[in-house]
Design a protein around this ligand. Structure first.
Ligand SMILES: *Cc1c(COP(=O)(O)O)cnc(C)c1O
Length: 376
């Protein structure tokens, strides 16, 4: 853990559970991504962590913002971003929200279906639209399934309709799956995107932009490639599929921007066994799936966990949260090695928790307060 967060915890001794996030780490991540992909504009995926401190910092550094709702748009504007630096990237939007976004000056919208395209045409005339295509999500630890995107041939047909509806057919987007540890994962989608660009050019429509989405990882237990490695792989794919007619590109990092900036401090509430002759320990923390650790669903994201007893002998334990819901178990199929000396009341640090935690914490399930957060 970095010394800034360590001294904050030492000096302030905040009540647990809480997230402490180091804004300097976010600034470093922004810089590293900008340097690794100098030809792409960065649209921070606000949903990863919408704290005003993060949004203001990134706005001041020159970041653009990808938003999922009117509230996120207003938050990005309040943080100092102008409307031309904000995209409405959710493919599932109410008509009234598209209209509100348009009234706020937003002119860049995602879609992946004809019905959504028509909604945008009705209430956001002249806007730039980009169509999201399906990807396999292979290689991602938090895949995004088939919920978003359409087949490339459908994207081609819908983009071809856009000018007739009074919209600016602007480009293609995709998301290769979150926590994507394969730097080559962008290649197939870029090949599809280039095909769509060619087909539309043949119809006299010049698409301009490829939105490369998120997927840039944060380090949990396993090593992850550097931003430069992603930049190199994506650049090579772009050149291979688009030749010397490179499109404008944008990236939408969420996890890769804020994940490693945060640490959650938690406390052991109970350690128990289920029978006298079963020595499997159940370790209950004061945070679980409903307190912000929702990404432990199916044990997908495995956070690094440390305690003051690290170095002592460790044995696998079942880790669970404090609520009266049987789904509130963090790691059971793959039990988590925890020090044998761990005791009730000990602090437990859960690392890499800057993304997708605070906003996933329930408002008052079982009476527990939403995850407290400090941005330092
Ligand atoms: C969630 C999301 C992102 C961020 O993804 P990460 O894997 O966290 O970088 C980017 N773009 C869109 C459209 C998203 O929905």
């Amino acid at each position: 853990m970095n010394t800034k967060i360590a001294s904050f915890l030492e000096e302030r001794r905040p009540e647990t559970p809480c997230l402490v996030l180091d804004l300097d780490v976010v600034a470093g991540n922004y810089q590293a991504l900008a340097e690794a992909m100098p030809d792409s504009r960065i649209f921070y995926a606000v949903k990863a962590n919408p704290a005003p401190q993060i949004l203001s910092l990134l706005a001041a550094m020159g970041s653009c913002f990808d938003t999922a709702s009117v509230v996120e748009i207003r938050d990005a504007l309040a943080a100092g971003a102008t409307a031309d630096r904000i995209s409405f990237g959710n493919t599932i939007k109410k008509r009234v929200d598209i209209a509100t976004a348009y009234a706020l000056g937003i002119r860049l919208f995602a879609f992946d279906s004809e019905a959504e395209l028509r909604k945008i045409a009705e209430v956001a005339p002249g806007a730039r639209v980009f169509c999201r295509i399906l990807t396999s999500g292979e290689g991602a630890e938090w895949p995004l399934s088939r919920k978003f995107g359409c087949e490339p041939c459908m994207a081609r047909d819908l983009l071809a309709m856009a000018p007739g509806l009074g919209l600016d057919a602007y480009g293609v987007s995709f998301h290769v799956g979150s926590q994507q540890r394969d730097t080559g994962a962008w290649d197939k989608a870029l090949e599809s995107a280039a095909g769509i660009f060619r087909d539309l050019a043949a119809q006299g429509i010049e698409l301009k932009m490829v939105n490369l989405g998120g997927g840039f990882p944060t380090k949990y237990l396993k090593e992850v490639p550097t931003p430069e490695a992603y930049g190199r792989a994506i650049d090579a794919s772009l050149r291979q599929h688009f030749g010397n007619r490179l499109p404008e590109t944008i990236i939408e990092p969420g996890r890769g921007m804020v994940g490693n900036a945060g640490v959650i401090q938690s406390e052991v509430v109970l350690i128990s066994n289920k029978s006298a002759n079963d020595n499997t320990r159940w370790v209950y923390l004061d945070i679980g799936k409903f307190g912000g650790l929702a990404e432990t669903m199916d044990e997908a994201i495995r956070y690094p966990i440390t305690t003051i007893h690290d170095g002592d002998a460790a044995e696998p334990a079942i880790l669970a949260g404090p609520t009266c819901d049987s789904a509130d178990v963090l790691y059971e199929k793959n039990a988590y090695p925890m020090p044998v000396s761990l005791a009730i009341g000990d602090k437990v640090l859960i690392h890499g928790t800057g993304a997708y935690t605070t906003t996933y914490s329930a408002v008052a399930f079982n009476g527990f307060a939403p995850l407290q957060a400090y941005y330092i």
